[in-house]
Each structure stands twice: as structure tokens, then as C-alpha cells.
Design a protein around this ligand. Structure first.
Ligand SMILES: Cc1cc2nc3c(=O)[nH]c(=O)nc-3n(C[C@H](O)[C@H](O)[C@H](O)COP(=O)(O)OP(=O)(O)OC[C@H]3O[C@@H](n4cnc5c(N)ncnc54)[C@H](O)[C@@H]3O)c2cc1C
Length: 436
């Protein structure tokens, strides 16, 4: 099948692949990969196209695993269940299906439209100082290699390929299935309230002790919105957010009103500090209880560009202070709140939280504004505190300077050299961040 043009969600990347393939099962996937390799075409699988970089781009064969969706097996364990899922399954579909089994993913990011394979391949994470990112929940994978061979991977079988495939940027093969450690279904009590940046940073040690804590800081102001999500049993009754209040908060922070403010700020950047002050004051406290995945994720209808850095938690006040000083010192205008999240250290080779408890600092810019001066300034600050860039978001780092940031980088590259010496799964972006 041919396809005119593929574009990512942020409209920062596009591709015109020679072939577009949508295999229905692992055998068909293996056949497509084997034939593409034999024809000399490079191969990439794309999920929902929600990476901001060119990580999923190819001019060869572009695979969509949208037809490879749904749960394959559920194996109960002492702490929940190991669930094997087809790699193209979208997170929102998986969440619903898990709930029917009395199960849930332990943590999630702030949207749920990604594919399972795409989400783990770039290290997607949520917030919660006691919880690691999605790739850390993966306990087995089925990978199709460049020659079409199908390899079952786990810590006991092909352990190196397992490690490289559970956060692999699509560089070692195509994931056909992923097995995830799931927990019993749970609800979350969400408590959201406005506060001050100074007060939040002063109380940070206590705040990050919540199950899932994050905050949004509105540059040009001292205003923040804090979010504490507390885990409750799955049988806890739902307490819906009032319709009017839910509408106002979601619209002010992420969607309609927020979008209108972005257009206003683009036309008149000098108004941005006032618009931020209005936004931060418009938010009022609210509490609600719902299924975990309905609280973790929400729609994002305003298109933006994003860069996110993982830094040691202790460096957070200094890093935010430096961003604030840069904004004030240069007269730059920043219309999007800065999102701050937390995650536990993990052992995934290329995880941005590898080996250290982590704070994530995410900066955004409306798609119609030039993000580069702001992102370049923040990136310089993040480099200064040993930051690691999110693998699916914008940054300018290269293999040479990423390697010292990841103790297992060389092992990852060694697996890549072994299973894909001809770089069938490479593209320009991977040449930059992993090396040719
Ligand atoms: C609005 C928005 C909100 C976001 N929120 C968060 C968040 O809260 N937390 C967070 O950490 N990130 C977040 N992200 C980033 C996003 O989770 C990642 O970029 C993720 O990779 C997107 O998944 P996808 O299915 O769109 O994959 P794509 O972007 O399509 O692909 C990502 C990578 O996965 C590879 N891949 C896809 N399928 C396969 C497969 N079957 N086998 C092997 N490799 C495969 C691709 O080749 C590519 O390398 C957000 C992005 C957006 C646009």
C-alpha cells in the first residue's frame, strides 16, 4: 500500500514513505519486515505520531500496528497480573479493557492516545515519586528483527534484547506484543488547587510524598496549580467533578479558553504576562474521584511544541529559578505553564530516570510561535544540572553527549549493532541520538 504523507501530531515532522503496511498479526508483521529488508527499504513502525521529534520518520516502509490491538493473555500474579497486549493497542483502549479484568496500569502520562509500543519506546512517564515510567512495568516483549525472525524476550530469555526493546526508540526491531505488570484496578482522588511557586518549592519534600503529585507554574507570575492524586480501592464510589467547574478548569489549563489565550498572545506577545496572571487566578480548588486512567489522562486540543528534561530532584528549585531569571532578564514571553512531575529511579537502560529519583521539567510553546529561543535557554539550564532529554520530545542533544548521561548506553548500542548491523530500523533522528 502507498501513502502520500505521514505527519506527527505536533506537525513538526512529516514523511513520504515508499510503502505503508498495516499487518494484522505477528506472522504478517514478520513477513512484511522480511520482504522490506530484502527489498532494501528501511523500516519504521509509527504509533499515534505523538512524538515531537523525527524518531518515527522513514522514507522506506512505514508500519502501522493499528490492526494489532487488544489483550492476548492475562496471567494472575501475587500483586495483580501480567498482561500481554498487542503492540499497536492504544492506551485508552487498553485502560478500558484492563478495567473489565479488574486491572490497571500502575501509572500513566497525561494523555492516553499513544500506542503501547510507541509510549514505552520513548520512555513515556507520568508523575509519582514512588512510581516509575511505563517501560519499567514491561516484563516481556516479542520483537520482530530485521530478517523477519520473531524473538521472545524477557529477563530470562534474550535479556539484553529485552532491555533494549522495552525502551528502544524503535531502533532494534518492531515490537509485536508487550507484557506489562498490571495492578488491581484503583480509583484516584484528585485534589487540584492554586498556590505559589515559592510556597510549593519550600514544601516540596512533603508534597512529593503524595501518591502522584505534579504542578504547573505560570511564568511571569508566582502562580502554580498543584495536583495531588491519591490512590483508592477500585470499589470507592465515584465523586464526579461539578460540570461547570470541570469545564472551566479543563478549558483554562488545556483547551478552549487556553487556546484562545494562545492566539491572543501570539498576536500581542506583550499581553502574555497578564494572560498568565488571569489563567493562574481563574483556577479554583476542586476535588473528584474517578477511575485511575480517567484522572491521569485528559484531552489536549491546543497544538504545541514541547521539550522535557529529567533532572535530579534536588536540582529542581535551582533549575526553575534559572528559567524564571532567564524569562525576566530577556523580556521573553512564555504563554504556556511549565509542567513539573516526579518519578522513581528505575533500571531500564535508556530510561530518563535510570538510577536516580527524578523531577521532570516540561516546557511548551504554542505551535504558531517560535519555540527555539526559549527551548535553547531551558536546554542550557538543564544541561547544567545533568539533565536527560525525553526521547520523544524536542531537544538538540547528540549521541556523543547523551552517552555520558546513560551508564548503559554502550550496552544498548552493542545490542543494536548485533541485531541491526545494517541499520534497517535507522533514520536521521536515530543517527543523531544513537549514532550512525
Ligand atoms: C499532547 C501530548 C502529550 C504527551 N504527554 C506525555 C506524558 O504525559 N508523558 C510522557 O512521557 N510523554 C508524553 N508525550 C510524549 C509521547 O508519550 C511519546 O512521544 C510517545 O512515544 C508517543 O507514542 P506514539 O504511539 O504516538 O508513538 P510514535 O510517536 O508514533 O513513535 C514513537 C517511537 O516508537 C516507535 N514505535 C512505535 N511503534 C513501535 C513498535 N511496534 N515497535 C517498535 N517501535 C515502535 C517509533 O518508531 C518511534 O521510535 C506526549 C505527547 C503529546 C503530543
Amino acid at each position: 500500500m502507498t501513502m502520500a504523507t505521514w505527519r506527527n501530531w505536533a506537525r513538526t515532522e512529516s514523511a513520504s514513505p515508499q510503502r505503508f503496511e498495516t499487518p494484522a498479526d505477528t506472522a504478517e508483521l514478520a513477513d512484511v519486515v522480511q520482504r522490506s529488508t530484502a527489498a532494501g527499504r528501511r523500516i519504521k513502525a509509527a504509533g499515534a505520531g505523538h512524538s515531537f521529534t523525527g524518531v518515527a520518520v522513514t522514507d522506506g516502509t512505514l508500519l502501522s500496528l493499528d490492526r494489532m490491538s487488544g489483550i492476548v493473555a492475562v496471567e494472575p500474579t501475587a500483586t495483580g497480573a501480567r498482561v500481554t497486549v498487542r503492540a499497536g493497542t492504544r492506551l485508552h483502549e487498553l485502560n478500558e479493557q484492563l478495567w473489565m479484568h479488574g486491572l490497571a496500569l500502575a501509572n500513566l502520562g497525561d494523555i492516553d492516545v499513544q500506542s503501547v509500543a510507541g509510549a514505552i519506546s520513548t520512555g513515556t512517564h507520568g508523575t509519582g515519586a514512588g512510581f516509575a515510567g511505563l517501560a519499567a512495568q514491561v516484563c516481556a516483549t516479542t520483537v520482530v528483527l530485521a530478517d523477519g525472525s520473531i524473538v521472545e524476550c524477557s529477563p530470562d530469555h534474550e535479556p539484553d534484547l529485552f532491555e533494549a526493546s522495552r525502551l528502544g526508540l524503535g531502533a532494534v526491531g518492531v515490537l509485536a506484543t508487550v507484557t506489562v505488570d498490571c495492578v488491581p484496578a484503583f480509583r484516584l482522588r484528585a485534589e487540584e488547587r492554586p498556590g505559589s511557586l515559592r510556597g510549593t518549592l519550600a514544601a516540596l519534600d512533603g508534597l512529593v510524598g503524595a501518591d502522584h503529585f505534579e504542578f504547573y507554574w505560570f511564568p511571569h507570575t508566582d502562580g502554580v496549580l498543584t495536583k495531588h492524586n491519591t490512590r483508592l480501592p477500585g470499589s470507592t464510589p465515584v465523586e464526579p467533578v461539578g460540570r461547570a467547574r470541570g469545564f472551566v478548569e479543563d478549558e483554562v489549563l488545556s483547551n478552549g479558553i487556553f487556546g484562545a489565550f494562545q492566539y491572543l498572545g501570539t498576536a500581542a506577545p506583550a499581553a502574555i504576562p497578564r494572560l498568565n496572571a488571569v489563567s493562574s487566578r481563574a483556577l479554583s480548588p476542586r476535588t473528584f474521584v474517578d477511575r485511575s486512567y480517567r484522572v491521569f489522562a485528559s484531552p489536549r486540543r491546543v497544538r504545541f511544541r514541547e521539550m522535557e528534561y529529567a533532572i535530579p530532584v534536588a536540582a529542581l528549585p535551582e533549575a526553575l529559578g534559572d528559567i524564571d531569571r532567564w524569562v525576566r532578564g530577556t523580556g521573553a514571553t512564555v504563554g504556556f505553564p511549565v509542567e513539573v512531575r516526579f518519578a522513581a529511579a528505575d533500571d531500564v537502560w535508556l530510561s530518563t530516570a535510570h538510577g536516580r529519583d527524578t523531577a521532570y521539567v516540561a516546557v511548551h510553546e504554542f505551535h504558531r510561535r517560535d519555540h527555539q529561543p526559549y527551548f535553547a535557554a531551558v536546554e542550557a539550564i538543564m544541561r547544567g544540572v545533568d539533565g536527560r532529554p525525553h526521547w520523544g520530545k524536542l531537544h538538540t542533544r547528540t549521541a556523543e553527549d547523551l552517552k555520558p548521561a546513560y551508564p548503559r548506553f554502550d550496552e544498548f548500542v552493542a545490542v543494536r549493532d548485533r541485531v541491526d548491523p545494517d541499520r534497517v530500523f535507522a533514520n536521521a533522528h536515530l543517527d543523531t541520538v544513537l549514532g550512525p
